[in-house]
Design a protein around this ligand. Structure first.
Ligand SMILES: [Zn+2]
Length: 126
């Protein structure tokens, strides 16, 4: 009889632990689902934004960008920051920098090393 009570007690204890673990699983699942929904909404928003921006960029430049993006692991353009291409992290040499400096603002300039489109800003180091 005593043994039976001990077994029932242990069973109740284990059942309680299973419930506690299940509650944690349910909570984690709910948080995962909420995070996934947030990411889906963000992806939709970013895709719409990208579509708007892409619509204002010349078709041949979009084509070049898409080609480079495919070749360069998803990054077709990189900022030129303090004389470095942020795509390959190589510093442009003086000749390359002079060419970028001399190029008109609307000229598409590319990194000699990785061939990505270089995006010039006030922090390009030109
Ligand atoms: Zn580069």
């Amino acid at each position: 009889m005593e043994r039976r009570e001990a077994v029932q007690e242990r069973l109740a204890e284990l059942t309680e632990r299973v419930s506690a673990v299940q509650a944690k699983v349910d909570d984690a699942t709910a948080r995962r689902d909420a995070a996934q929904a947030e990411l889906d909404a963000e992806a939709t928003s970013v895709a719409k934004e990208r579509e708007l921006v892409a619509g204002s960029v010349p078709a041949d430049l979009i084509k070049l960008y898409e080609k480079l993006r495919e070749q360069q692991g998803g990054v077709g353009a990189a900022r030129l920051y303090q004389r470095k291409c942020e795509g390959c992290h190589i510093e442009l040499n003086i000749t390359e920098l002079n060419e970028v400096r001399a190029a008109a603002a609307d000229t598409v300039v590319r990194c000699e090393n990785c061939r990505r489109i270089l995006v010039r800003t006030s922090e390009s180091g030109l």
